[in-house]
Structure formats: C-alpha cells, structure tokens
Design a protein around this ligand. Structure first.
Ligand code: MN
Length: 539
C-alpha cells in the first residue's frame, strides 16, 4: 500500500511524527503504542513489506485468550514509527500523547508469509515482546470492512484474567480489565468506549469565511476556503486536488456536487448512521474505512453504537444529515454516502430493504434490467411495490420501503426467500450463490445479504469512486423496461439537470411505509412452490 495515505493525513511542519520511507528490507518487528488521543486507544503495528501494517485497538491487546479485541485497520505507517514517542499537537490528526507500550519481534505461524496471510484475512503469529509473548491471531471480521479481531491463543504465555496496565493512567484509570466475565456489566474503573467524539469549534479556526453559495459558484475551485453554511463554518481544503484523474474532476467538483444535490440526498441520510470510506488522494489512491470518529466539528452529529465484536464496546458514527456535515465529509475525501437501513432512535427496525443486482464480468446492462423487472414482479406478487436505481457502479439496486416495525432478522429472511425466487425465474442469468468463484462469470448475483444490522447500500444520489464520477441514480420502471440506459449515463455533471426535470423519483421510498402483513406468508408459499416444482421436474 505504501505511505501515501499516511503522508496525506499529516502536516509534517507541525507534527513530530517521522515522514519516513518504505524500507527496502523488511524485518519482523512489532510495536504496541499507547495513544492518549481524544479517545485513548492502542496502536498495534507489524512490520510487513517495508512498512508497518497498523490497527487501532480501542481496548488494547490481551493475554487472556477469552478476550477478543476489536482492531480497526488504519493506514500503513513507516518503520521509523517503531521508535516514535511524543506529543502530536492539538489540531493535528491523532493529537495527543503517543508512547511505546510494548515491542519486539514476531514470527509467522503456519503456511505463507505475513502479507499472504493478511490478504487471506487471517494471520497467526507469535510475539516476542517484553509484555506480549506467544501465539496470537488477527482475523478479519466477515462483512465488516476494515475490522479485525485480535486475540491470544492458548499457550504457556496465556493468562486468564490478565489486565492491561497503562503507562500513563487516564482519568484515574490504571488498568483495562477483561470483559469476558459478567458480560454486560462494566467492571468498576473500566474504560467506557462510547460517546467520546471530541467536538471542536470551526468558527474560531475559520478565519474569514465566505457564504457557501458564492464560494462554490466559482468555476475552478482551488486551494483552501472556509465556507459559511448557516451559522456553521466548514473549512474546505485542497479543493484543486484531482480526484478523478481521467476526467480531471477535483475535490472541488465533488464538494460542489454535494452542495447542489443536498436537498435531494439529505432526506435519505436523515437520522441514519453513516459508514465512511475516505479517499484522501482521489479515487485511484488508497482508501480507508473510518467507522469511529475521534474528533469532529461541533455541527457534526455523532452517535455511539455498539459494535458486534463480543466486547460490547461502542464506536462513534457520523449521522450525516445536515448540509455542513455533507460538505465536511466530502472535504475528508468521503466520496460515497453509505447510510444504515434504520434510523437513530429505532435502530433495530429498518425502513427499507434492498436487492443489489451485481453482475459478473461482461453481463450486458439489458440483462440486468431484465432481472430487475423480474425482481419487481416477484415483489408485486407478494403485494410489495419497489423502486429501482443504478448502483452507480455496474448494477441496479431495487428498494422496498417498509414500515419500521420488523426486525433485521425477519427482513433478511424475507429478502433471501424472494431473491431465491428471482434467481429461480432467471436461472440462466441470475443466482443467489454467494461464492464468486462458484457462481461463474456472466451471472448476476441477486445479493440480499446487505439487509443486516450495520450493513449499508450506497444512498440514492451518492457519488461513486468510479470512472466518470458516476452517481447512483433513481430510475423509473419504464426506463428499466426500455433498457436503453447504462450506469455511465448518470454522473456529477448531469445529475442536477435530471432531478430538475424528473424530481425525486425515489420519494416513495421515504413515504410509502408498506406493511408486511401477509407478505411473509405469501413469500414463504412462493418459495415453497418453486422448490416443489423443481423437485417435480427432477423426478
Ligand atoms: Mn493512534
């Protein structure tokens, strides 16, 4: 991956952190750093391929094998960071005291190199540190991008009930205890994970702010400018940076698009936690996921949510439903908007579910349109209306708005049955086979798996980090039936014109809260019928 992201995120005139270089030789060193940033956490880094592969571990590593700790992937760091200790100044990324907590060397256990094992999503390794010793595992969580679990394996160095002792106590807390015993109850003195986003005031830093409407009217946007959005000040930086190199579109173009489309997209983000993926160097550069927001301007709404890692700890999500936040996120390099299917206040009950028709290599868009129409018709047979949009990537999303009274589990099962019926009716071109390898090229995956808690689908009107700066565009069923369209038809340069003519085609998705009364039974019946018919055909 290299160090581009690391460098872009830092101002080396201000931070004492090393600029560093990718090392030509790669040793097998590791370091664990205690980082008193706005939220205390531990940085776990392994030397792989000339850089330090890095994870932010909110509760730190543990020698107790029953303690599985969340480890969130962060940007690669230079090997010079192995020795880094110091104070990152206020206002800089990761501001706060940074100290070495442990370090030493590691060895890979089992087949393959560290890089290969990480690529495959599981690394088994043995640490030789001063505090951490013996076998550990890092394993990537399924369907949770960028999130891993770090835990001790049982061996002679394992220690039940082990407590992590901080080098520097914070708020009187000296140790981080295990969670395994007495789940749900928090031990006394234990560090609470949630609600710790540090909010800062941008008005003070803003200097001379310009009204957003006049600032973004300029044709070529470049440099830095602070814009006034109502009472808020949003600092916009490096607006001339090219984000889409083939088209020459800049970060300024991205910010301007979100400004212009705000009235259309914001209703779909309202009260919903967002999953943030940042492309600080544009769409061809490295990206990283940021679920947990350490610090944000005061106008950014955040919500602490429990992460399902077994540790019961919380991370702060952005709720990106005001204009200032929409622009602030664009400025962070967040190209897409990925809202949850449910809203803060009632997070357990989604108010829409989605079929993602995801084509393999070489599938014609006409065929995707066909499968979308079949999806609509299958839904109509159980009594549900549905609404299509381009994914902005290669496929079509079909949305079904529902009354937010059903659990994610119920919805997921319903979606699975209906997707299976669609795949049966279009068996030559569509499948619900999850394995990419098994479903074969040329097939459309009727993906119903995005309907779980914490999952998301790109919002209508969201930009995609794809050639042409495509946008996920709501469609009329008529257009899908006519089949004379493709993904590339909708992008940041023409979307505003389209909504001017068509209005918001997706509006019913917000308004039509369909009851599932009777729907579950009809779907079950349809699902069984198909299975019966298939058995009869085989007999
Ligand atoms: Mn850190």
């Amino acid at each position: 991956m290299g160090l581009e992201t690391y460098r872009k995120m830092r101002d080396f005139r201000r931070t004492p952190e090393p600029k560093g270089a990718v090392s030509k030789t790669s040793g097998r060193r590791f370091v664990v750093q205690e980082h008193h940033a706005s939220k205390l956490h531990f940085d776990f880094r392994l030397e792989v391929g000339g850089v330090l592969k890095s994870w932010s571990v909110p509760r730190g590593p543990s020698l107790d094998p029953s303690e599985k700790r969340l480890a969130v992937e962060t940007e690669d760091h230079p090997v010079e960071y192995l020795k880094f200790e110091g104070l990152i100044p206020e206002g800089e990324y990761g501001a706060g005291e940074h100290m070495r907590w442990d370090g030493g060397t590691y060895e890979v256990i089992g087949e393959g190199t560290a890089a290969e094992q990480l690529e495959a999503g599981r690394l088994d390794f043995a640490l030789k540190g001063e505090k951490l010793k013996g076998a550990f595992t890092l394993v990537k969580m399924k369907r949770r991008e960028g999130e891993w679990l770090l835990f001790k394996r049982t061996d002679e160095f394992a220690e039940e009930g082990w407590e992590l002792r901080l080098r520097k106590p914070e708020n009187g807390v000296e140790t981080i205890k295990g969670k395994a015993k007495g789940r749900g109850q928090k031990a006394k003195g234990e560090i609470e994970g949630g609600g710790h986003t540090r909010k800062f005031d941008t008005a003070a830093k803003g200097g001379k702010a310009v009204a957003v409407s006049s600032a973004l009217r300029r044709k070529a946007l470049e440099g830095d400018v602070s814009v006034k959005v109502g009472r808020e000040v949003v600092p916009l930086t490096n607006l001339g940076r090219v984000y889409w190199p083939d088209e020459g579109y800049t970060k300024g173009d991205l910010v301007r698009y979100y400004y212009e489309i705000a009235d259309y997209i914001l209703p779909y983000l309202k009260d919903r936690p967002l999953i943030m993926k940042r492309y600080p160097g544009g769409i061809k550069g490295p990206f990283f996921h940021q679920h947990d927001v350490d610090e944000a301007p005061s106008f950014v709404r955040t919500v602490p949510l429990e992460v399902e890692d077994g540790g019961g700890h919380e991370v702060d999500y952005i709720v990106g439903d005001n204009l200032a936040t929409l622009l602030y996120m664009a400025n962070l390099g967040a190209v897409e908007r990925h809202p949850w299917h449910s809203r803060v206040g009632d997070l357990e009950h989604p108010d829409w579910f989605v079929f993602d028709l995801d084509p393999g290599e070489g599938v014609a868009f006409e065929t995707i349109c066909d499968v979308a129409v079949t999806t609509r018709d299958v839904l109509a047979r159980v009594g549900l209306d549905s609404y299509p949009k381009t994914s902005g990537s290669r496929g079509i999303h079909v949305y079904v708005p529902v009354e937010p009274v059903y659990e994610y589990g119920q919805i997921a099962k319903l979606a699975e049955q209906l997707a299976t019926v669609v795949a049966r009716e279009q068996s030559k071109v569509a499948t619900v086979e999850r394995s990419k390898r098994k479903r074969g090229a040329g097939m459309i995956y009727v993906d119903h798996m995005q309907n779980a808690r914490g999952k998301s689908v790109v919002a209508p009107y969201s930009v995609r980090p794809k050639p042409g700066a495509t946008v996920s565009a709501p469609l009329e069923w008529k257009e899908v039936e006519r089949k004379k369209l493709q993904t590339a038809d909708f992008h940041i340069k023409n979307m505003l014109g389209r909504v001017g003519r068509e209005g918001d085609l997706f509006e019913p998705v917000l308004k039509q809260r369909q009851s599932l009364e009777g729907v579950f039974e009809r779907a079950q019946e349809l699902f069984n019928q198909g299975a019966k018919r298939r058995r009869a055909q085989r007999a």
